[in-house]
Design a binder for this molecule. Sequence first.
Ligand code: NAI
Length: 258
Amino acid sequence: MELKGKVALVTGGGRGIGQGIALALAGAGADVAVADLDLAIAEETAAKVEAVGRRSVAISVNVAQPDSVRAMVEKVEAELGGLDIAVNNAGIISIQSIEELTAEDFDRIMAVNAKGVFLCTQAAVRVMRPRRWGRIINVASIAGKIGFPDLSHYTASKFAVIGFTNAVAKEVALDGITVNALCPGIVGTGMWRGEDGLAGRWREEGESEEASWARHQKTLLPQGVAQTPEDMGQLAVYLACAEHVTGQAIAVDGGCTL
Ligand code: NAI
């Protein structure tokens, strides 16, 4: 699979899954713009992209803000000369029961995970459609396929991503643009690990964070082990190359959603 001459953009690319996808695309030959709320970590990933011999640019963005998203795409085009592959990966999570979930929390999660994917997809389609080629990869979740307790707002946002992906895929299908959702299972990024991650928050009495992490892998995943950012990068490269795969929501989850 070969992406030489293509320009990719990865939001939330400063760390975790986004960084894994950025490096996999670079490894396949693409130049990769790395956008993140945190410019310092975007710069770190951009330096890693350059270390494998590809061009890169680090961009500060808030995907929930239309002006910020517009400026991000303008910068990618100005610095790297186009936009062929848009990976809309930035996302956030919080744990709240349905009783304690506030309207503000719900809006905050939806603004980044659902509206952010909409704004980034729209900005990408606007530049891809006239060129009649494009790949849009929206990072959803296993929570876009099945519900998880205390994550009703997050689950709603990820179901939204999959429905949106399916609809836009049909809308742009005649224009050489594919739109797919990539659904990670459990990946040991900042979202899961540490005291504030899911493994830290979902501890049983007296359980260490490490033990909670091991337990969740065993109980949620038929294969028993977490996936990696590199696993997500492999699927992203495939979707960036594939011509006739569109409108799909493909899980890389060790069988979690079987
Ligand atoms: P992470 O928390 O390690 O990284 C997320 C990145 O997004 C961070 O660099 C952060 O600065 C950036 N970001 C957050 N809000 C932003 C905003 N408004 N604008 C721009 N950038 C922003 O998380 P991880 O695990 O790498 O997650 C990436 C995506 O994968 C998310 O959409 C998440 O929902 C999804 N996912 C993750 C899973 C996991 O097990 N880690 C499982 C399923 C889905």
